[in-house]
Design a protein around this ligand. Structure first.
Ligand SMILES: Nc1ncnc2c1ncn2[C@@H]1O[C@H](COP(=O)(O)OP(=O)(O)OP(=O)(O)O)[C@@H](O)[C@H]1O
Length: 300
C-alpha cells in the first residue's frame, strides 16, 4: 500500500506538490488526473524516490522510499519521456533491466512484444514515438515490480494500442501483486481502466474516489416526455446536475439511486426512457461541482 501524509515539494517559488495525503490500495489501478502543471509528474517522482520531499512522508509497504534500494526494486517509474540506452533494442533493454529487477520476466516481454507486433531486435531510436511508448510500457510491466508509475504513458498510443495496454495492465492486476498508478491530463485516457481516480489541482488533491462508488450515485438518462408540464415536474423532482434537450430528446445527468430515478421518470409517462453509461468526465463534473469547482474550467 502507498500512503502519503502532508507531502509537499516546491521548486523555488513554485509549490508543485502541496500537502498531499493519499492512500493507494494494493492491486487497484489508480488514475491520477490533472491539468498541465497540476503536479502529477512531481508527485510520481516523489513516490519513486527520485525526488526528496520538503515536508511530509511517503510510505510504500510501510517503508520510506527515498534512498531505500530495497523498496525501489519494487517500483518501476515510466517517465513522460522514457530513457533508452543509445543504440539499444527492446531485447537489450530487457537484459539491462533484468540486472536491476530480479523478477524481470523476459519470456513475458517476448510474448507481449509479439502480441503488439513489436520487433525486439530493432534499434529503439528507429521506432515511432508510439512504438517507443509501447516498448517502455512492456519493460515496465515485465519488470515484475509490485508498483508501476506511469507518467502520461497512454497519451501517445493509438486507440487500438491503448485498449491492448489497458487489457494487459488489467490482466496483470488480477494475476499477481501489482498496483499501477497512471497519470494523465486527459480523463478520457483513464476511462475504463482505473478503479480509483484522484484529481490533482495546483499541487493538491481536489478529490479522490472509487470509480464504482461514484457510478452508483450518479446516472445519465435519455428520455422523451411529451407533456411539458410533466417534463417540468421531472426536472424539479430529480437532483439534476446537467440537462440538455435536442428536439424532444432530453439527456439528464442526475444524482441519486438508479431505481428511484427510473421510478420518477416512469411516473411522467415517457414515450422512451433509458439509462446510458456516464463518462468519467461527466462524473467528475458533478463531483467537483459539489466541491465548488467547475471541472470544465480545469480540463478545457
Ligand atoms: N525541476 C523543476 N524545476 C522548477 N519547476 C518545476 C520542476 N519540475 C516541475 N516544476 C514545476 O512544478 C509544477 C508542477 O509540475 P509537474 O511537472 O509536476 O506537473 P504535471 O501535472 O505533471 O504537468 P504536465 O501534465 O504538464 O506534465 C509546474 O509549475 C512546473 O513548472
Amino acid at each position: 500500500m502507498i500512503k502519503t501524509e502532508h507531502l509537499s515539494k516546491a521548486f523555488g517559488e513554485i509549490q508543485a506538490v502541496d500537502n498531499i495525503g493519499i492512500e493507494i490500495t494494493d492491486n487497484s489501478i489508480f488514475g491520477l488526473a490533472g491539468t498541465n502543471g497540476a503536479g502529477k509528474s512531481t508527485f510520481l517522482r516523489l513516490l519513486s524516490g527520485v525526488l526528496k520531499p520538503d515536508q511530509g512522508s511517503i510510505l510504500i509497504d510501510e517503508k520510506s522510499v527515498y534512498e531505500q534500494e530495497e523498496i525501489k526494486r519494487e517500483i518501476f517509474f515510466l517517465p513522460d519521456s522514457a530513457y533508452f540506452i543509445p543504440n539499444a533494442t527492446g531485447k537489450s533493454m530487457a537484459d539491462w533491466y533484468s540486472a536491476y529487477y530480479p523478477k524481470f520476466d523476459k519470456k513475458r516481454f517476448d510474448e507481449l512484444s509479439k502480441r503488439l507486433d513489436l520487433d525486439t531486435k530493432r534499434k529503439i531510436h528507429t521506432l515511432s514515438k508510439g512504438m517507443k511508448r509501447q516498448v517502455s510500457m512492456l519493460l515496465g510491466i515485465c519488470a515484475g515490480t509490485k508498483y508501476l508509475f506511469c507518467d502520461e504513458t497512454f497519451d501517445g498510443l493509438d486507440p487500438v494500442m491503448r485498449q491492448a495496454a489497458k487489457s494487459i495492465l488489467a490482466y496483470e492486476v488480477t494475476e499477481r501483486e501489482f498496483t499501477p498508478v497512471i497519470a494523465s491530463h486527459n480523463l478520457r485516457e483513464l476511462e475504463d481502466i482505473c478503479d480509483h481516480v484522484g484529481l490533482l489541482h495546483k499541487g493538491g488533491v481536489l478529490l479522490s474516489r472509487e470509480v464504482e462508488d461514484m457510478k452508483l450515485h450518479i446516472h445519465k438518462i435519455q428520455c422523451v416526455i411529451q407533456n411539458p408540464v410533466l417534463e417540468e415536474e421531472l426536472l424539479r423532482e430529480l437532483d439534476v446536475v446537467q440537462h440538455e434537450k435536442r428536439l424532444s430528446l432530453m439527456t439528464l445527468v442526475v444524482r441519486g439511486e438508479k431505481d428511484k430515478i427510473m421510478e420518477i421518470v416512469e411516473s411522467k409517462f415517457p414515450v422512451f426512457a433509458e439509462m446510458i453509461p456516464l463518462t468519467l468526465e461527466e462524473i467528475f463534473i458533478s463531483e467537483t461541482e459539489v466541491a465548488g469547482y467547475d471541472i470544465k474550467d480545469l480540463f478545457y
